[in-house]
Design a protein around this ligand. Structure first.
Ligand code: AMP
Length: 177
């Protein structure tokens, strides 16, 4: 089984994508390797294994890649948060600032129940705006946020400080540049 250090080494940095000045963290080399993918899911799930998570909420688009695998590993369901206008049934919505631009995201209003214990997942946490918006949607739909889970934290952007301090937070890999 590969180590977390090997996961870290597999992430590629693409300069100036999608805009000048953004150092884009590309996780696709992890996805392409069965062994790295397996380690990633195992290590993401481990801190939340016995915490009673019933739903993993993943954020479009790259929260849809590891999110459902993480949900399956935890024996939970998966709920997508999508860009405005993509979900067909009644939604709740939130607008927030991104590292590059601003965005509105939506979740089906009935996707999370009052009894649900929700883990919010995305591949990368940058400024934390997306994850904070996701938590807002989960609460407005009536659910409880039990944790935050990210493959990669861009520590220098201090996204973690935008999330609730009292809720368990796990970033498998941290980079400071
Ligand atoms: P934020 O709301 O600033 O935390 O941005 C997080 C979202 O943007 C996540 O969905 C990431 O997938 C994506 N993202 C932001 N910055 C980067 C980056 N430097 N490399 C890869 N993805 C990023």
């Amino acid at each position: 089984m590969p180590t977390v250090a090997e996961l870290r080494n597999a992430i590629r940095t693409i300069p100036d994508f999608p805009e000048q000045g953004i150092q884009f963290k590309d996780i696709t080399p992890i996805l392409a390797s069965p062994a790295l993918l397996s380690t990633a899911i195992h290590e993401l799930a481990a801190p939340f294994a016995d915490s009673g998570i019933t739903k993993v909420v993943g954020i479009e688009a790259r929260g849809f890649i590891l999110g459902p695998l993480l949900a399956q590993e935890l024996g939970a369901g998966f709920v997508p948060i999508r860009k405005k206008g993509k979900l067909p049934a009644e939604t709740v919505s939130a607008t927030y600032e991104l590292e590059y631009g601003s965005d509105t995201v939506e979740m089906h209003a009935d996707a999370v129940l009052a009894s649900d214990e929700v883990l919010i997942h995305d591949d990368v946490i940058a400024t934390g705006g997306t994850a904070a918006a996701a938590a807002d949607l989960v609460r407005r739909a009536g659910g409880s946020v039990l944790g935050y889970s990210f493959l990669l934290e861009l520590s220098f952007l201090e996204g973690r400080s935008r999330l609730d301090k009292e809720i368990p937070y796990h970033a498998l890999i941290r980079v400071n540049e």
